[in-house]
Design a protein around this ligand. Structure first.
Ligand code: SAM
Length: 361
């Protein structure tokens, strides 16, 4: 029986399960989630033949909030003395693949398996190439995911590049730039990678664009925008990084981010203020519905309980504000790899509403 294997942040298995459960029900697909707290993996089992595949095809991976990566396949028990033969036998049951990804859960137990996956990687790839189950030049073929829950239990599955994360386990390999003033810089960079297709960066993150960064200090997010030659108004009562201010591209406004209003509409508003999600979503709704920005990235810190429903509520709130203002646009949330007890929300205005921007609004 085939099932979906979902990767998520450890501790958020319940959220990923609730999300899939609700979306499967909305698609009329019968299935149930199997979770173990802290494992960073969720199984979504569809008892009817072909239903797991149907569900994967019908869902838009990009819209999933708590799922970092997924694959369609099944579990194998493999003997320690020969793991490769049963994997090859399982591969014969599935489609040809373009790429091999060896994965584990994003946990300490998973990390402890790095030596084993490293040892197996080369010989497995070479057998897959020889048996022609792996065809690197077939660019539209799916990726083959071999995920080690343990040395003896392995998931063999497939994902398609147009409907999955572009990285093994959904974990991007981003490095904190040496000059960036804080590690949180990666949150904004990862958000851009997730929400903006790479071929649109030059248009949507263009030099000279105006941006507002609420809760900007010491300047990790501002640094990313300055690095793309944007002009940034950094709003925070705290001090900004000196070198960043010396770039001449940043205006530091010492004010409350909730009260700040731009003199004229800007392209981007980003906000990393730690607050209740309802307050952050109200701020986002205000900026979008009043036409103060065309795109926004805002962090929603999550409460301890009902985290999935809290995110849905926040998104609904922003959507309602957009509808009321007659604005057409997109809204999406994702728990990025760099996000801890939070998700990142992205809004893009596609068609402006009727609200007229006035300086005293
Ligand atoms: C998580 S830090 C932001 C880190 C920043 N994004 C970076 O990459 O360096 C949150 C910031 O929000 C600021 N802050 C908290 N409440 C605020 C408010 N009401 N208005 C403006 N800034 C606020 C804090 O001073 C703090 O510098």
């Amino acid at each position: 029986m085939q099932e979906l294997l979902l990767h998520c942040r450890p501790g958020f298995e319940g959220e990923a399960a609730a999300e899939l459960q609700e979306l499967a029900a909305a698609q009329g697909v019968a299935g149930y989630a199997v979770t173990r707290e802290g494992t960073a993996l969720v199984r979504f089992v569809c008892p009817e033949e072909g239903e797991a595949q149907l569900l994967m095809r019908r869902l838009d991976f990009q819209s999933l909030i708590f799922v970092r990566q997924w694959a369609l396949g099944s579990w194998l028990d493999v003997p320690a003395e020969d793991r490769i033969t049963p994997i090859i036998t399982a591969c014969a049951q599935g489609p040809l693949a373009s790429t091999l990804w060896l994965e584990t859960a994003d946990t300490n137990d998973g990390k402890a398996m790095a030596a084993l996956t490293k040892k197996l990687g080369r010989p497995l790839e070479s057998v897959l190439l020889k048996t022609r189950f792996l065809r690197p030049n077939k660019a539209d073929a799916p990726r083959l995911h071999i995920c080690f829950e343990s040395g003896e239990r392995i998931f063999v599955g497939w994902s398609w590049a147009n409907n999955a994360a572009p990285w093994p386990m959904g974990i991007p390999r981003l490095k904190v730039p040496r000059e960036a003033p804080s590690r949180s810089t990666l949150k904004l960079e990862e958000a851009w990678h997730h929400f903006i297709p790479r071929d649109q960066w030059d248009r949507r993150l263009a030099p000279g664009m105006q941006a507002v960064d609420l809760g900007a200090a010491p300047g990790g997010w501002t640094w990313q925008m300055v690095n793309r030659h944007m002009k940034v108004i950094a709003v925070d009562n705290g001090p900004m990084n000196r070198a960043l201010m010396d770039s001449g591209q940043v205006e530091h406004v010492e004010a409350d981010g909730y009260l700040f209003k731009p003199r004229a509409p800007v392209q981007w508003m980003v906000c990393d203020i730690v607050d209740k999600p309802a307050r952050s979503s109200a701020l986002l709704a205000r900026w979008i519905s009043r036409g103060w920005c065309r795109e926004a990235i805002v962090n929603f810190k999550l409460p301890m309980k009902r985290r999935y429903y809290e995110v849905l509520q926040c998104m609904e709130h922003v959507q309602e504000a957009m509808d009321e203002a007659g604005i057409r646009g997109t809204i999406a949330c994702k728990q990025l790899y760099s996000d801890r007890e939070e998700v990142t929300c992205h809004v893009r205005v596609l068609q402006a509403g009727s609200y007229k921007v006035q300086p005293d609004h």
